[in-house]
Design a protein around this ligand. Structure first.
Ligand code: ATP
Length: 506
């Protein structure tokens, strides 16, 4: 297994972050002032290290807005809290991340198949999955400032990880908060309402007359689309257990405490892979997926010191094991993805509620059984945010500072920027752009000094800048400048496609 970050190894950074977490923070866009805001509680008391981390997060939010990655939703109408729109650069980044995930978990696996299920599902699906009855967060309101909080988060942040709210009942959480005088991160008072469970599913109604409306839900996870299609995929693809079903799609949750930019939103995309297998092999596959999930993150450029496993102490009654991979965001260690050994709970419940057999007949042994499931789930937006944080660097050069996004070339929004040295080379440079853009996402820029144009590309993480200059007409070459090293080399125009292709592989 790859060795990961430990709390000890990153003690300095972690300590500062925990300190900040205790005070609470929220980032967003203030459309009135047209600038990002960082609501970081009693900011003056933040430790230096923590303040630096938060400043960087602030800068990343700012960069996202100004360089076309992510805009605040409905901005011209003063926004809608916790909604975000991906801009021209961000949509490329997120699409490339989704492609890299699909390539790793579907394209490169002989026995994994994709689906794209409807967001709306028969309401019985959510009864079978348990979401109607118990997909809720323990919410508490501060009576003084009227802000809403999750009791489990308050305890986690207050205790700096020494108390585990996952192991507590609502009554125990209330008692802990009262005994320890846990304060509201917003106003500093300790005056809480009792805990109420708050169902996170968004509901709407469907029907063509006012009287005949049926309650339906916007799916809170994509997983059920994979479970209800287990039989369809198995039969149509003649799949043999073990096999996987993957999906990328939107999910919706009426979160109690959305915030921290795109970290926790009410609409988000999930990338989920369910692996159906025999009970005896499930634990081995669980371990395999833990490793695979980590390897994927390392392959797209994460530093292993910024990732760690977090095994769950408290398991759902049907689960055999569960673990998150956490990433060291500027807001602290937070969940990036989950891996769960769910036993045969999901298919058995659908069998029970639908009345359709979910049993698989093994053609080799004639054994009939309901498969176990290993679930791997990661948020595309939460991963995109982690990629942005991981890539961001402010470099102090001799006479200059440069902001550079060190994206892995495979997920960089644009692979190449074509830059004519001067306007008179535009026509030829356009020909280079036309050829390269048949193969990769490219951008073209002829405004400003070449140095300024390089800086603009650094800020959106373009790995290669191709400059068509005075010599290009005679020697048939262009200057290729690499983003991270800033090294330049002369490359034949005829060789450019293969030059770039070889350097952007995952
Ligand atoms: P958390 O503990 O952060 O609320 P969770 O354990 O409820 O997450 P899962 O239900 O396991 O999350 O969802 C799988 C993945 O979907 C998460 O690991 C995360 O990457 C993503 N995700 C979940 N909720 C949100 C959200 N509100 N906004 C953005 N991404 C989310």
């Amino acid at each position: 297994m790859t060795e990961l970050a430990t709390p000890e190894a990153t003690a300095g950074r972690h300590k500062g972050i925990n300190e900040g977490n205790q005070l609470g923070c929220e980032l967003g866009w203030n459309s009135e002032l047209n600038r990002p805001y960082a609501n970081i509680g009693i900011g003056a008391f933040l430790c230096k290290k923590r303040r630096k981390e938060m400043e960087n997060f602030d800068k990343i939010v700012n960069l996202c807005k100004n360089r076309g990655f992510i805009f605040p939703g409905s901005e011209i109408y003063d926004g809608l809290a916790n909604t975000w729109d991906y801009g021209p650069v961000g949509v490329e980044l997120k699409n490339n991340i989704k492609k890299s995930w699909w390539k790793t978990f579907v394209q490169r696996s002989k026995n994994s198949f994709g689906v794209d299920a409807d967001i709306f599902m028969n309401s019985k699906v959510w009864e079978a999955s348990g979401h109607t009855a118990s997909f809720s967060d323990p919410k508490m309101d501060c009576k003084n400032c009227k802000t809403r909080h999750r009791a489990d988060n308050l305890i986690e942040e207050y205790s700096k990880g020494t108390a585990n709210p996952d192991l507590m009942t609502n009554e125990e959480m209330e008692k802990y908060i009262a005994d320890n005088h846990v304060k509201c991160p917003n106003c500093g008072k300790c005056d809480w309402t009792p805990i109420r469970n708050f169902n996170l599913m968004f509901s709407t109604s469907r029907g063509v007359t006012d009287e005949g409306q049926n309650l339906i839900y916007l799916r809170p996870e994509t997983a059920q689309g994979e479970f209800v299609n287990f039989l369809n995929v198995q039969r149509s693809m003649r799949a043999k257990v073990p096999f996987g079903i993957a999906q990328i799609g939107k999910a919706f949750r009426n979160e109690v405490t959305p915030g921290n930019f795109t970290f926790r939103t009410i609409e988000f995309e999930q990338m989920e892979h369910q692996w159906f297998c025999k009970a005896e092999t499930a634990m081995d596959y669980y371990k395999e997926f833990k490793q695979k999930a980590l390897d994927y993150l390392l392959s797209i450029g994460f530093n292993k010191d910024h990732l760690r496993y977090h095994d769950h102490d408290k398991l759902a009654h049907y689960a055999k094991a569960a673990c998150d991979i956490q990433y060291l965001y500027p807001i602290g260690w937070e969940e990036l993805n989950g891996i769960h050994h769910r036993g045969d709970w999901d298919l058995s419940r659908h069998q029970q509620f639908s009345g359709k057999s979910m049993a698989y007949l093994d053609p080799f042994t004639n054994e009939k059984f309901v498969p176990n499931v290993i679930e791997y789930s990661i948020g595309a937006d939460r991963l995109t945010l982690a990629v942005l944080c991981e890539a961001y660097e402010e470099q102090q050069l001799e006479n200059d500072t440069r902001v550079v996004m060190h994206f892995h070339p495979a997920i960089a929004p644009y692979k190449v920027a074509v830059l004519p040295l001067q306007k008179q080379q535009s026509e030829k440079a356009n020909e280079v752009f036309a050829e390269l853009s048949k193969h990769f996402m490219c951008t073209y820029d002829e405004a400003g000094s070449i140095g300024k144009r390089y800086r603009r590309q650094d800020e959106i993480g373009t790995p290669f800048c191709v400059t068509y200059d005075f010599d290009s007409d005679t020697d048939g070459c262009v200057t290729v400048r690499e983003r991270d090293s800033m090294q330049q080399e002369r490359i034949k125009i005829a060789d450019l496609v293969s030059y770039v292709e070889n350097r952007i592989k995952l």
